[in-house]
Design a protein around this ligand. Structure first.
Ligand code: SF4
Ligand code: SF4
Length: 67
């Protein structure tokens, strides 16, 4: 069975582009993509620090299955 783990995902419809989450990520997995934050799943460890720092509640941890 393929291992499932969790990664952070940003909902573009909610993200205000404040960039607060960028400096909270220990692996620098979050980048701006236009006006929105974007999580590079390959670098995300699923720690959730970014979620705690997002005032818009735009970030969620979702199950992620590496290909
Ligand atoms: S902290 Fe939240 S609202 Fe701000 S850029 Fe990150 S995901 Fe978007
Ligand atoms: S869950 Fe942790 S590693 Fe993943 S983007 Fe958020 S702060 Fe970075």
């Amino acid at each position: 069975m393929r291992a499932m783990t969790q990664r952070a995902f940003v909902d573009e419809k909610i993200c205000s582009g404040c960039e607060a989450c960028l400096s909270l990520c220990p692996t620098e997995a979050i980048k701006m993509q236009g006006d929105y934050a974007f999580v590079m799943a390959l670098f995300c460890k699923g720690c959730g620090y970014c979620i705690e720092g997002c005032g818009e509640e735009a970030i969620r941890l979702l199950d992620y299955a590496p290909i």
